[in-house]
Ligand binder design. Structure first.
Ligand code: ADP
Length: 264
């Protein structure tokens, strides 16, 4: 399979660092570009000592962003700022959406094929993703489980982030498991790009499988990015009700993302 160049933007962060290391372990990666606004030289030096073939290069500061992106096949963006006391969710959204917007504009300039491979609305996808707009569908053979177990499983999935924040007791949020999820997704993108058949991954994309314009479902990834968005399988009554209950909030989040992107 072709050897690929992958960039991690925000590589010095809590998610970025373990994600950088996981991508260093991926045999499809020939070159690993680590970019952040600060502290990347140290992270790059450290990760480069992991003895796998991928060549690591650190880039720091906006003037090096173009070089970091040049020739990349896959770009992963864990960059952002954490919520500080007194900041509303809306404040945080505006700051992080602005960061991702700038980075996506740089991607379209320096490695446009990354954006072209995806739907032009890729950016909206990123802007609208929020963890608590979440109801697990088809995750387990749920129809056969007793109701109290189903409720507990669903709640635990929705509260996953909070559980880690509380367990870390003020010293951080979910970073290792987030990095792992990002690395699994990037690996699926690389496999698809390299022509592997039937790479199916749950992906949040522009979608017509429900009345919502964006939805996370099983997606086949291939050389051109998203090849096919699969319809939902058979849902239990419990899942159907959960999906309906979630739609209004998901709709509002999507609208917020779409408005941000269109500058309204
Ligand atoms: P998380 O736990 O989500 O990883 P962190 O705050 O630890 O949160 O990491 C976010 C990373 O994103 C930090 O290393 C920060 O320097 C980086 N970052 C913030 N703004 C930008 C930007 N405009 N470009 C690239 N990286 C950024």
């Amino acid at each position: 399979p072709a050897k690929r160049k992958v960039a991690v933007l925000g590589a010095a962060g809590g998610i970025g660092q373990p994600l950088a290391m996981l991508m260093k372990l991926n045999p499809a990666v020939a070159e690993l570009s680590l970019y952040d606004i600060a502290a990347t030289p140290g992270v790059a030096a450290d990760v480069s000592h992991v003895n796998t073939p991928a060549q690591v290069q650190g880039y720091v500061g906006e003037e090096q962003l173009g070089d970091a992106l040049s020739g990349c096949d896959v770009v992963i963006i864990p960059a952002g700022v954490p919520r500080k006391p007194g900041m509303t969710r809306d404040d945080l959204f505006k700051i992080n959406a602005g960061i991702v917007k700038n980075l996506c504009e740089a991607i379209s300039k320096h490695c446009p094929e990354v954006i072209e491979r995806n739907s032009p609305d890729l950016f909206v996808d990123i802007m609208t993703a929020r963890s608590h707009d979440l109801f697990p569908l088809e995750a387990t053979p749920k129809a056969e489980l007793p109701q109290d177990v189903l409720d507990a499983l669903t709640k635990r999935t929705q509260d996953g982030g909070t559980e880690v924040v509380q367990a870390k007791a003020g010293k951080g949020s979910a970073t290792l498991s987030m990095a792992y999820a990002g690395a699994i997704f990037a690996d699926a993108c690389l496999k698809g790009l390299n022509g592997m058949e039937d790479v199916v991954q749950c992906t949040y994309v522009q979608s017509s499988i429900t009345e919502l314009p964006y939805f996370a479902s099983k997606v086949t990834l291939g050389p051109k990015g998203v090849e096919e968005v699969h319809p939902l399988g058979k849902l239990s009554d419990y899942e159907k009700a959960g999906l309906e209950a979630m739609k209004a909030e998901l709709h509002d989040s999507i609208e917020k993302g779409v408005k941000f992107v269109s500058g309204q």
